[in-house]
Design a protein around this ligand. Structure first.
Ligand SMILES: Nc1ncnc2c1ncn2[C@@H]1O[C@H](COP(=O)(O)OP(=O)(O)OP(=O)(O)O)[C@@H](O)[C@H]1O
Length: 270
């Protein structure tokens, strides 16, 4: 079977420890991300969600522990081996992290040039164009510079770049932060559609309760330097952890839950 169709978990983390000076951000963190799921990652500010993502993609070398992505160790691998898995994921960083001196199209071409230098210019431009359109941007956005884009368009451009290499795994760091509610709901819908159509596994850091209710199959909760629970929202609510209760049962959590129920009724699914 081609690895793309493997049912093995694409991410397995065991005993992760990350320290900055004397302070441990993670201390014995375990997490398994299942093939094909959209996993929401939540936790209070500073609980280490971004550090966790950076560790998985090899930008942060952990002090202890083991991280496997597509069965390859990120923590012990030789740089060449990591390169072999790096082209199987795409990352949308907070704020898009676009190169300001390149147009949207050129930004999307960057990973293509890096990993597939043999592709000729015309084909590379055409692939980049297709990814920009796939991300929901109009044709005219291709030639624009990041400074000419709205916040929502920058996110979509970042998404187009994250999709450049046809990834199997997509990392999204707070994709709807700073978007208006309509833009955020659109972005959520698009993430779900892309995940379904392209067969992606999605690791999604968010504070957005609507996103969690709308598109996440499971949610991992970071607290006390670990993942304290992973499951569907109803499963998490049964655990009775005070932070989880407060998070999902607070006024915003109840609002998001009610919105989901209304939407499901309209769609005739409940
Ligand atoms: N390079 C670094 N050097 C020192 N401390 C760092 C570094 N990167 C992160 N930290 C610290 O690690 C902790 C976790 O940071 P991280 O950005 O992962 O939190 P987060 O859960 O993503 O927060 P937020 O929800 O606010 O984005 C914070 O206390 C942060 O100050």
């Amino acid at each position: 079977m081609h690895e793309r169709f493997s049912t093995d978990p694409p991410i397995v983390i065991r005993g992760l420890v990350n320290r900055f000076g004397d302070i441990a951000v993670h201390d014995g963190l375990d997490l398994t991300v299942k093939q094909g799921e959209i996993l929401g990652v939540v936790g209070g500010s500073g609980t280490g969600k971004s550090v966790l993502m950076r560790s998985i993609i090899g930008l942060q070398m952990p002090d202890e522990g083991e991280i496997e992505v597509f069965g390859k160790s990120i923590t012990d691998a030789e740089p060449d081996e990591v390169l072999g898995v790096r082209n199987r994921w795409g990352v949308l960083f907070q704020g898009g992290a676009l190169f300001s001196t390149l147009t949207v199209g050129e930004n999307v071409e960057v990973p293509l040039k890096q990993f597939f230098p043999e592709i000729d210019d015309e084909l590379r431009k055409e692939i980049a164009r297709y990814k920009v359109l796939l991300s929901g941007l109009p044709e005219e956005a291709i030639a624009k510079y990041p400074s000419e884009l709205s916040g929502g368009m920058k996110k979509r451009a970042g998404l187009a770049r994250a999709l450049a290499l046809d990834p199997e795994l997509l990392f999204l760091d707070e994709p709807t932060a700073g978007l208006d509610p309509i833009g955020a709901a659109k972005f959520d819908r698009q993430t779900r559609e892309l995940a379904q159509v392209l067969g992606l596994t999605v690791f999604l850091i968010t504070h957005d309760l609507d996103t969690l209710y709308e598109i996440c199959d499971r949610v991992a909760v970071l607290a006390d330097k670990k993942v304290i629970a992973v499951g569907t929202i109803p499963e998490l609510m049964e655990i009775g952890h005070p932070w989880i209760e407060e998070y999902f049962n607070g006024p915003r959590g109840r609002g998001a839950q009610a919105a989901k129920v209304r939407q499901d009724r309209r769609a005739g699914t409940s």
